[in-house]
Design a protein around this ligand. Structure first.
Ligand SMILES: NC(=O)c1ccc[n+]([C@@H]2O[C@H](COP(=O)([O-])OP(=O)(O)OC[C@H]3O[C@@H](n4cnc5c(N)ncnc54)[C@H](O)[C@@H]3O)[C@@H](O)[C@H]2O)c1
Length: 355
């Protein structure tokens, strides 16, 4: 397929009809110019369930059959992490626009191939960082850019759960399928939102540590995901991680992610920015600043969205030329480099420099 951004209608194939695959299917329905025409799913039961629920005419088990269909413009990938780069690369090589769920890959080397291939083909590649699309994130971005909190020099960002491992024994908790644990799974959201708000993605150095204190004992189980459980599979990924990230400008980010940990919060994600004239955190979005009479903590009214708050609707808007891509491939590659560096730092016990 030759990329054609002047089309008025886009046929979509969703690959992977598990938990988030259903969200992909539901979200594309929200755009009048998108039609999901096919699903690829290796599980016949999950494939049938999704095809029936969303009224999708074609169901296949081998996604490559869909890449050969010239009438399919967009491929939306909702697969276990280890398949992201391979399937996305196959789709890009077939000339398809690709919506790829997070994390971009399980290695920055493979993520870089996606960035290069998308550029070469002139097709749209976007990683579905849904935290970025919330109205609160979009409002916070506008506040930071207006200079309300001055120069942002430091940030803390986290997604921490008390008992939210996405089902022990599923692909999520096996390194060969997931590549990593909570760092890749939920740390990626907290990090991407933070770097987006800071307006800087490239890191100079990362010092990280990872732990697995719950999963290996069968504790901290959550309920996410539809794939099969292998009760004998080893839990060999992280269930808590921390990192100090030094950006190229010298600014810093503290990242924390946990699938399971003893603590006061059941499930909470927060990004906090520290600026020279004030601070902000979200969600919910608040601004902290000195006033002539004391100190204020203000709730913030939402501003108009920069882009549609649904990532799939935005993706189609980009293909129609109605919006500029909000999550850029180079940004997602930079995030992947940092996540990989956290694992490398944890493995070596040293700070990892990113070139
Ligand atoms: N953006 C988000 O907020 C968000 C939320 C949850 C999950 N995710 C990401 O989405 C991806 C999928 O997660 P999930 O929760 O839906 O997992 P899941 O286990 O529920 O679903 C994965 C599906 O992929 C299918 N599959 C595996 N190999 C396949 C192949 N070769 N061809 C076709 N289908 C295949 C499985 O049978 C399963 O149905 C993961 O990478 C995860 O990180 C993103």
């Amino acid at each position: 397929m030759k990329p054609n951004r002047k089309k008025s209608h886009f046929n979509v194939a969703v690959i992977g009809a598990g938990a988030i695959g259903h969200d992909h299917l539901a979200s594309f329905r929200l755009h009048p110019a998108a039609r999901v025409v096919a699903i690829a799913e290796v599980s016949p039961e999950r494939g049938r369930e999704a095809a029936e629920r969303f009224g999708i005419p074609e169901l296949v088990t081998d996604y490559r059959a869909l890449l050969r269909r010239a009438d399919i413009d967009v491929v939306s990938i909702a697969l276990p992490n280890y398949l992201h780069a391979k399937v996305a690369l196959d789709a890009l090589r077939a000339g398809k626009h690709v919506m790829l769920d997070k994390p971009m890959s399980t290695h920055a080397r493979d993520a870089a191939k996606l960035v290069a291939e998308a550029r070469r083909r002139g097709v749209l590649l976007m990683v579905g960082q849904n935290f970025r699309f919330t109205l609160e994130t979009q409002t916070a971005k506008q506040i930071v850019e207006k200079g309300t909190i001055g120069d942002v020099y430091h940030a803390k960002t986290s997604w921490c759960r008390r008992a939210g491992i996405p089902r022990i024994g599923s692909w999520f908790t096996q390194r060969r399928f997931a590549g990593g644990g909570c760092t890749y799974d939920i740390g990626v959201h907290a990090l991407d939102r933070c770097l987006y708000l800071m307006g800087e993605f490239d890191a100079a150095a990362v010092s990280g540590q990872t732990y697995a204190k719950f999963g290996p004992r069968g504790l901290g189980n959550g309920g996410w995901g539809k794939s099969e459980i292998d009760p004998k599979a080893p839990f060999d990924v992280d269930d808590l991680s921390v990192a100090l990230i030094k950006l190229r400008s010298g600014r810093t980010v503290l990242l924390e992610a946990s699938w399971a940990a003893h603590g006061p919060v059941v499930d909470e994600n927060t990004t906090q920015l520290f600026g020279t004239e004030g601070g902000l955190d979200l969600p919910p979005l608040r601004i902290f600043r000195q006033t002539p009479t004391g100190y204020s903590i203000e709730a913030v009214d939402m501003l108009p969205a920069l882009v549609n708050t649904n990532r799939m609707v935005h993706f189609i808007d980009c293909l129609l030329g109605k919006a500029e891509p909000y999550v850029k491939p180079a940004q997602s590659l930079a995030v992947q480099r940092i996540l990989d560096a956290i694992y490398a730092s944890a493995a070596t016990g040293r700070e990892v420099r990113i070139r």
